[in-house]
Design a protein around this ligand. Structure first.
Ligand SMILES: [Zn+2]
Length: 157
């Protein structure tokens, strides 16, 4: 697995989002060592409050692959996904989630909530965290206001 390579791509998406005035977050979808989708947060530009980077990446991957089941796919996200995004990952049969920075306010992969590995739901995600965390904290700090008020980001240094 090329964790750092794919996380770098997600970080580039996040920096691009911030440059367009969006929340600084990005994600990529990887299947069999190939990047099949990548997206940045698009909430403000699209006017769609559900257009988080992970959601847009899932939609793009499903469209490109022509299937609604993303079995075998791993999603790389800069910031730990929220409850909506983790729910969408589970509903789309994604296998793995890799994120850089935990989100103690709304992260649903173990920080604020644990939906990624919850026996009640009957599905789970393999989660790896902390990949390129220092780089991600730096990108959040320089590009996003969110980083300034982000306890995890502040604690990273
Ligand atoms: Zn989300």
């Amino acid at each position: 697995m090329h964790y750092e390579l794919y996380m770098s791509a997600a970080l580039a998406e996040a920096a691009g989002a911030a440059a367009r005035g969006e929340r600084c977050d990005g994600a990529v979808g990887v299947l069999d060592d190939a990047m099949v989708a990548s997206a940045a947060d698009q909430v403000r530009g699209s006017g769609d409050p559900t257009a988080h980077a992970v959601m847009v990446t899932i939609r793009e991957a499903a469209e490109r692959m022509g299937t609604t089941s993303l079995q075998g796919m791993t999603i790389y996200a800069v910031v730990e996904p929220c409850a909506m995004c983790v729910g969408a990952l589970l509903e789309s049969d994604v296998d793995g989630l890799v994120y850089a920075v935990p989100d103690p306010v709304s992260g649903a992969a173990g920080s604020a909530l644990q939906l990624a590995s919850n026996g009640v739901l009957g599905r789970r995600l393999n989660v790896v965290s902390g990949i390129l965390q220092d780089d991600a904290v730096e990108v959040l700090r320089t590009n996003g206001k969110r980083a300034a008020a982000h306890p995890a980001a502040a604690a990273g240094h």
